[in-house]
Unconditional design. Structure first.
Length: 286
């Protein structure tokens, strides 16, 4: 078990094995860390890669954010913020894998982003876009585990289906870690901000978040609501109860939850259409 855990950790640490874009990523990190850099400089850098730009704009116009007609990377930077665009740059190739080979997981992640945005707005929270991004990325560890341990992960999916137990519990029993922790490792290796890394790492255990508990609670809520809705497929059919730590941290009420669920049901129609549009676009390329 420890060997598998170490294999995955080493896989993440060796950036050459990950489906990222190291050249642009390195330059973008340098610009983001330089106080003298402008949004225009960062936008020009991202725009220099046409394929990458198209992916970022597609995500920026997704129902997860509620922005439509985001036509340029500069607009995306202004509307979403540098940290969000940076995380989308880093994850864009992995999202492409999700779209092509793990469609159910892609739709689940997209739906979680939509749900998180709705929850954050109903609670009048700041940084709704960042919270939506954390939700969009919350299961990215599953993609990494599958990339490294595909045979073992296929067995885990089957076990989860047969037993009705949560996938993350089976992951811990089999490989000594789970997708939430792996996603956190990846976020740290990518130098994503703590406000994204913590919700990814703790979305199955809100009380374990030492900081950013509100964001973590929203991502947890979003994950559960999307699983309960049946939108997409996260890898198991288990729908957990909302954790008391999340409910209390957000000051949630039954009435407010009913409003959120009602709006979410409407927005998931848009999300399904968005997903179908992506699939049809990808099919025309092949």
């Amino acid at each position: 078990m420890e060997e598998l855990r170490t294999e995955i950790r080493n896989f993440i640490m060796d950036t050459r094995t990950l489906p990222t874009l190291p050249g642009i990523v390195t330059k973008l990190n340098a610009l983001a860390d330089n106080e003298k850099s402008s949004l225009q400089e960062m936008a020009r850098l991202v725009s220099s890669d046409q394929i990458l730009s198209a992916r970022i704009l597609r995500l920026a116009n997704s129902p997860s954010y509620g922005f439509y007609r985001v036509a340029t990377i500069s607009n995306a930077m202004i509307l979403l913020g540098v940290d969000v665009v940076k995380s989308l740059v880093l994850s864009s190739s992995i999202f492409e894998i999700m779209e092509n080979s793990a469609l159910g997981l892609w739709e689940h992640s997209l739906g979680a982003g939509v749900a998180a945005n709705i929850i954050a707005k109903h609670l009048n929270l700041p940084d709704c876009e960042e919270i939506a991004t954390a939700a969009l990325l919350h299961d990215i560890g599953k993609v990494i585990i599958r990339l490294k341990l595909q045979d073992e992960y296929d067995v885990l999916f089957a076990k989860a289906s047969q037993s009705g137990r949560p996938l993350y519990v089976l992951e811990g029993e089999t490989i000594g870690t789970d997708h939430a922790e792996v996603g956190g490792w990846l976020g740290k290796n990518w130098f994503l901000p703590e406000k994204l890394v913590v919700p990814i790492t703790c979305h199955h255990n809100v009380a374990a978040a030492s900081c950013h508990q509100v964001k973590t609670a929203v991502v947890h809520f979003a994950d559960v609501l999307i699983k309960a809705s049946g939108f997409g497929f996260s890898g198991d059919q288990f729908v957990p109860a909302i954790q008391p730590a999340a409910w209390n941290k957000l000051g949630m009420t039954e009435a407010l939850l009913a409003e959120i669920v009602e709006e979410l049901e409407e927005k998931l129609v848009d999300s399904k259409n968005f997903s179908l549009e992506i699939q049809s676009t990808d099919e025309t390329k092949t």
